[in-house]
Design a protein around this ligand. Structure first.
Ligand SMILES: [Zn+2]
Length: 219
């Protein structure tokens, strides 16, 4: 899952560490900055080379409405090593170059790689109470974003539709990443409608709508 509010506390990892890891993986695959990350090849081949005993499987259902899950230290039916479970449509849609499931798969790979044998404090503070860099969900999301949208891919990003097609990412993820790099690295603002697609703007519209219409419920 990728909801920050459900993140648990893990050892801190800053953005430069995650970026360095992602850049090393991209370089190992001899990918240029403007080339899309081969998500399924990474899941099916590279992960096993990096993580001994890694496995992944497609399952027909997952609890809690999840579309994908990672078990960094194994699951009851696969105790040997890290495991990722995906619903069928997540794999199929990633194979069809849809942005969101591609990010979902790399997010789960991030958990499997980053959160092995770490003391996961399920009883500690969660989500919003955590510092960003110690939130398991932020770390997995950031790892996925660094792999899919390297910093240098924003040197000449072109228009939004071309970028999302070329890199295999969603409009929302691309706009979030553009904002992050504008803020943190002073990257120039691309001529994209950030206020339409970025998560902050979507959330603001949702909040405004709920103020206007009041809470929804059973009447
Ligand atoms: Zn997650």
């Amino acid at each position: 899952m990728s909801d920050w509010l459900h993140g648990v506390r893990v050892p801190p990892m800053n953005i430069l560490t995650l970026r360095g890891l992602a850049e090393a993986i991209r370089q190992h695959s001899t990918l240029k900055a403007e080339e899309p990350f081969p998500v399924l090849r990474f899941l099916e081949w590279s992960m096993l080379k990096i993580l001994k005993d890694f496995d992944w499987e497609i399952v027909t259902s997952l609890p809690d409405g999840d579309e994908a899950r990672a078990y960094p230290d194994g699951a009851p039916h696969y105790t040997k090593g890290p495991l990722i479970e995906l619903l069928p449509h997540v794999y199929d849609d990633a194979a069809n170059n849809k942005g969101r499931p591609r990010l979902t798969i790399l997010h789960e790979c991030g958990h499997a790689l980053l959160h092995r044998h770490v003391a996961v404090h399920h009883r500690g503070p969660k989500g919003a109470e955590l510092k960003t860099f110690e939130n398991s969900e932020w770390q997995a999301n950031q790892f996925a974003a660094e792999l899919l949208m390297p910093v240098a891919s924003f040197d000449a990003p072109g228009d939004l539709e071309a970028y999302v097609q070329a890199m295999g990412v969603s409009r929302e993820a691309a706009c979030n990443r553009a904002l992050q790099l504008m803020r943190s690295l002073n990257k120039p603002r691309p001529s994209w409608p950030l206020e339409v697609y970025a998560s902050y703007a979507k959330k603001a519209r949702k909040d405004a709508a709920s103020v206007l219409h009041g809470p929804t419920g059973i009447h």
